[in-house]
Ligand binder design. Structure first.
Ligand code: SAM
Length: 334
């Protein structure tokens, strides 16, 4: 739900005319899972504590985006956001800005945290789950914790998050045989399952185009069993479909085969305060040094505008000039 912010001083517009209104904030680079397509088995060298933005620093940046640039949507992510201590304290600070506040999580700690996060003002939640089979889940995440994630999904529904969405990264020969099972899971539970195309943001740089299962193929496989019709699309990355029998919705995020860069309204803040205009950006803008060197809000705004002015037309995956960013998805904040 977009809240009107008519009192904003100016809009954050790039050189292609795209107005930015959505901020993704990574609150930590650490994660309790080791998904094979995202992180190496031994993890990554974690950022030292003092390099991570404090809650006060995050709040200051978020306030600037909301009050000066009219942002109406903030999503917390990571790493795994729920491994950051006292996350509900940050949620309370950001909820006070009056934005649509959401989080992406692996769900493993929601049995404990769903209630406190909802009470602190978090409204929407996306939970990542790539297999419904315990053995495959353990192989993919290198953690035997599917029961915690399933409990977490139930806890999120019970805590009143609306909507609860389940994100599935669908990979050829890995979990593409579970598409219809996931659709049935979403229909039964009343949650929207969204299938995400695998992107070249893996730690091992082993991504291949052949590992992608195109969104179109996924939707066709579901439609053959549970007929669907498309819903209108806004600036959302997902193309959403409604089950014709009324059993809810399902989505596909075809970031590679049907990029939606022309409608992109997002910027991303990494855990150590680097601003990125694209998931696949190579250059970053260091907001932490502005914050810690005594910069004013005008200094911060100028740095933000400089970052967004450099935004490119599209990610260019598949083009000859595409270069995979050195950071993994977990280090950027997906
Ligand atoms: N830990 C949280 C989680 O699991 O949702 C938040 C961070 S995680 C990096 C965010 C999302 O990025 C997850 O849904 C994850 O599956 C997805 N992801 C990670 N690497 C990816 C890749 N190479 N391609 C597509 N999605 C990826």
């Amino acid at each position: 739900m977009a809240l009107p912010r008519g009192d904003a001083e100016e809009q954050l517009v790039d050189t292609y005319g795209r107005v930015h209104r959505d901020l993704r904030i990574s609150v930590t680079d650490r994660c309790n899972f080791r998904c094979t397509y995202c992180m190496p088995a031994d993890g990554l060298p974690w950022l030292p504590r003092e390099e991570i933005l404090s809650f006060e620093e995050i709040e200051r940046v978020a306030r600037l985006f909301v009050e000066r640039f009219g942002f109406d949507s903030i999503r917390l992510t990571g790493g795994e956001p729920t491994v950051r201590a006292d996350l509900p304290v940050l949620v309370r600070k950001l909820a006070a800005l009056g934005v649509d506040l959401a989080m992406t999580t692996n769900g493993a700690t929601l049995g404990r945290l769903a209630g406190p996060l909802r009470a602190a003002g978090l409204r929407r939640i996306n939970i990542s789950l790539d297999s419904l089979r315990a053995d495959r889940f353990a192989e993919l995440t290198r953690r035997d914790e599917i029961h915690h994630v399933l409990e977490g999904i139930d806890a999120a529904v019970a805590a009143g998050f609306d909507p609860v969405k389940v994100n599935v990264v669908c990979m050829r020969g890995v979990n593409d045989d579970e598409v219809v099972d996931f659709a049935a899971f979403g229909r039964d539970l009343g949650v929207e399952v969204r299938f995400i195309e695998y992107m070249p943001l893996d730690a091992d740089h082993g991504w291949e185009r052949a590992s992608i299962v195109p969104g179109e193929e996924i939707v066709a496989a579901i439609h053959a069993v549970h007929p669907l019709e498309p819903l209108a699309r806004g600036s959302e990355p997902a193309e959403t479909f409604r089950y014709l029998d009324g059993a809810g919705t399902v989505g596909a995020i075809a970031s590679v085969t049907r990029p939606f860069c022309e409608a992109c309204d997002r910027v991303r803040l990494t855990a150590e305060g680097k601003l990125r205009h694209c998931l696949f950006a190579i250059e970053e803008t260091d907001l932490r040094s502005v914050l810690r060197d005594g910069g004013t809000d005008d200094d911060l705004a100028a740095a933000v505008q400089g970052c967004v002015r450099a935004k490119w037309a599209g990610h260019g995956i598949g083009s000859l000039t595409f270069v995979q960013p050195p950071r993994t998805m977990s280090q950027i904040g997906g």
